[in-house]
Every structure is written in structure tokens, then in C-alpha cells.
Write a protein that binds this ligand. Sequence first.
Ligand SMILES: *[C@@H]1O[C@H](CO)[C@@H](O)[C@H](O)[C@H]1NC(C)=O
Length: 278
Amino acid sequence: MSFKKLHKPFPSFLFCFFVFLHPIHRAKAANFIYSSCSPSKFQPGTPSQTNLISLLTSVAAAASQATYNSFATGNDSASPPGAAVYGLYQCRNDLRADDCSACVQSAVGQLNLVCPDSYAASLQLDGCLVRYSNENFLGRADTSLVYRKCSSSTSNEEQFFRRRDDVLADLQTGVGFRVSSSGTVQGYAQCIGDLNSADCTSCLAQAVGQLKNSCGSAMAADVYLAQCYARYWASGHYFRSTTAYPGDEIGKTVAIIVGILAGVALFVVFLSFLRKAC
Ligand SMILES: *[C@@H]1O[C@H](CO)[C@@H](O)[C@H](O)[C@H]1NC(C)=O
């Protein structure tokens, strides 16, 4: 008979407590923004799948080392033709290394859930982007619109427009990552790590143009192009952006599904953890 089990060690109780607190700290970087999956899918068990698993493993492992990196798997002559996979991740440059790593790992996990076996996919969380494709998109200029969201709350105050325009003008001068604010309006912008400063500037100019032309007088708005994004919001409107272009409904549904799956997964992990440790 064992008596050890009767006495629960105090440190493991403490650990239970911190496990509860931990995800709250990370919540914001993990906010879901959008995902997109190619409708074409590969057959499980093919070289494409092996290469994708290998690529995503590299992506998840690298994010504690740098805010950006790109990868290619199976594009050498030793691999069967057509099975190559190219991919990258980009963290918001103000994230700490461990937050970047947690964000990218979460994005990779969600990609596997929402885009199973897709030849190409991307998923953007608040703090990071993960994207891969069977076509080599690395280093190729691409300013196509991926996602846009304008808040339903609007303003027609001249002061708001002036401040917003100040913020947007400042964001356009950024190379890599830039945060800006003017009075109650704040914003930030980010380019993919392999863009040179000229390409970054022209990408941001297009993102800012979209913000002004499509979101008009919205008090908060996000525009994500393939290689850069820009966001702004007036104080208090950061989480209220709701009206958007058609892709958005899909985004919302995916966000809900991902949220539910993540919740269930977390609960199962937590239950098994409780059984072991508490
Ligand atoms: C594979 O693709 C990467 C990224 O485009 C490139 O740097 C590398 O040279 C390629 N490898 C081969 C063997 O073609």
C-alpha cells in the first residue's frame, strides 16, 4: 500500500494555479484574424504530406530564435517533382521570443485543424502569421488583398480624420515594423521579413490606401495584404471592428470553430493534467 498519494505536494498545487493564469497573459497575441486554405488537397501518405509536416515542424521550432524565417522542403533533385513545400512565419516584431514561439506554435496547430491536407494555406493571429504553399511564393512581390475589416462605428469629426491621417502617414514610413499614435488614434504596421525597404514602403502605401478608401470614416480598421498589413483604431474601438468585406463571414465561422476546438483541446489537456498533478 502506498501512502505517498495521500499527500499532495504543494508545488504541484502551485503549478495548477499558474497553468490557469498562463493563457490569459498570452490571450491577445493569440486572437484569430483570418485563415485561408487552398481547396485542392493532397492525399495523405504522399511525399507532399511528409514535406509539409517537416516544414511546419521547422517553422514551429524556429520561432523562438527570430521573428521571421522562411523554409523550403523537398525542392531538391532528390525529392519527387511537385512535392516541394515553401513556407514562412512572421511574428509582430514587438513580441518577446517566447511569445512569438507560442504564437507560431498555436498558428501551426490551428492550420492543421482548419486546413487539413491543403496544398496551400495561411493563418494570421494577432501576433503572428504562418503561411505555406506548394508553389514557391518566397521573395515574390505580392500586394493582393487577403483580409479587410472596418469597424461599424464611424466618426465624422475633422480632428479624428486629421489624427488618423497623421498615424497612417507615419506608418507608411516604417521599415519592418512601426507603431504610431496621434492623440486618441493609434496604429501599427508590419512587413514580411524578406521585403526590402522599397517593397515594404510600397506595400504599406497600398495597405494605407485601402484603409482610407475602403474603410472611410471607420474608427478602427485592419488591412492585410499578402506581404504587409496596417491597422489603426481610435481609443476604445480596438475590439469593436465588425463590418467587413465578404471573406469575413468565413473568417468569423472559422474563428468560432477554432475557438471551440481549442477550448475542448485545452479542457481535455487540463483534465488529464489535473488527474496527474492534483
Ligand atoms: C529551394 O528553395 C529555396 C527557397 O526559394 C532556395 O533558396 C533553394 O536554393 C532551393 N533549393 C534548390 C535545391 O533548388
